[in-house]
Write a protein that binds this ligand. Structure first.
Ligand SMILES: [Zn+2]
Length: 288
């Protein structure tokens, strides 16, 4: 037997990770089910814990089989068991997306201390994306704790992304946590600051509010968490995809103002998740 056989049949390299991905995806679907509750209730000012899940149309309580992520929607053909009113496809969409994202985050992090933090970050961003899509708001109830969480995460899991040169130079003797904290503040200023500045300039030029403060607060959180290089990438990807979709929508509907059509938080959120998962690769490819 040669080395190759051992490597191929090593359960640590093959069997265990794929089982772990499945577990991560199932865990993600269950969390996605909870995120649905937050997405539905938070903008309405309802408690996210009480009462138990119920049909938004007829108030019928959901039984245990009506509450299985993704599957229940398929089994019920997308309708409430009691009143037959259609259930929003947002429910299975959030569950499926969260399942996929959790598997990718697990693939990215493995069993590291970063894993729980990245899962929370991705979950918060999913909530922001779907609330912005439906209500055109990015609630402070997510962005403020999100910013605090991001700073805390950078303290507990020092991430020096975007501070390499500074860390070797001026901050060389600083403790890792302090350097990471400086990186978080710098990232937040780049993220929130650039959006705020764009909005301010636009307002001066056109006399209309271009950028909601929600977007600015969201990017404070994203910037603190990702560090400035991946934050710049996030804004670049969001502006690129947002403009493309905006132009397509304007062409189709004949509208002249894409702002009225587009909640920018959707694009910022998707771009932030891409930057978290493959940002380093994209930036390395761009620089090299
Ligand atoms: Zn119902």
């Amino acid at each position: 037997m040669d080395q190759g056989f051992f490597q191929l049949s090593n359960p640590e390299n093959t069997l265990l990770p794929s089982a772990s991905f499945a577990v991560a995806a199932i865990f993600g679907a269950i969390i996605g089910s909870f995120l649905n509750v937050v997405i539905h209730r938070l903008p309405l000012g309802e408690s996210i814990i009480f009462p138990a899940s119920h049909c938004p149309s007829c108030d019928a309580k959901l039984g245990i089989f009506d509450n299985i992520p993704i599957l229940s929607y398929l089994i019920l053909w997308g309708r409430c068991r009691a009143c037959r009113m259609p259930i929003s496809p947002r429910y299975p969409a959030v569950e499926l997306l969260t399942a996929i994202l959790y598997a990718f985050v697990f693939r990215h992090d493995g069993w590291t201390l970063a894993l729980p933090f990245d899962l929370v970050f991705v979950s918060a961003v999913v909530v922001l994306i779907f609330i912005d899509a439906e209500h055109m708001i990015l609630p402070n109830a997510i962005t403020y704790p999100g910013l605090a969480f991001a700073v805390l995460a950078r303290l507990l899991v020092p991430n020096l992304d975007g501070l390499g040169l500074l860390h070797e130079g001026a901050l060389a003797l600083w403790p890792l946590e302090a350097v990471s904290l400086v990186g978080a503040i710098f990232g937040a200023l780049v993220g929130g600051g650039s959006l705020w500045l764009t909005g301010w300039i636009w307002e001066r030029l056109r006399g209309v509010e271009a950028m909601g403060l929600g977007d600015v607060k969201m990017m404070l959180m994203v910037g603190a968490y990702l560090g400035w290089p991946r934050t710049v990438l996030t804004i670049f990807l969001a502006v690129l995809t947002g403009s493309l979709v905006g132009i397509l929508l304007m062409l189709r509907r004949g509208e002249r103002d894409m702002q009225m059509l587009l909640p920018f938080g959707i694009f910022l959120g998707l771009a932030a998740i891409i930057s978290l998962l493959v940002g380093e690769t994209i930036i390395a490819w761009y620089l090299g």
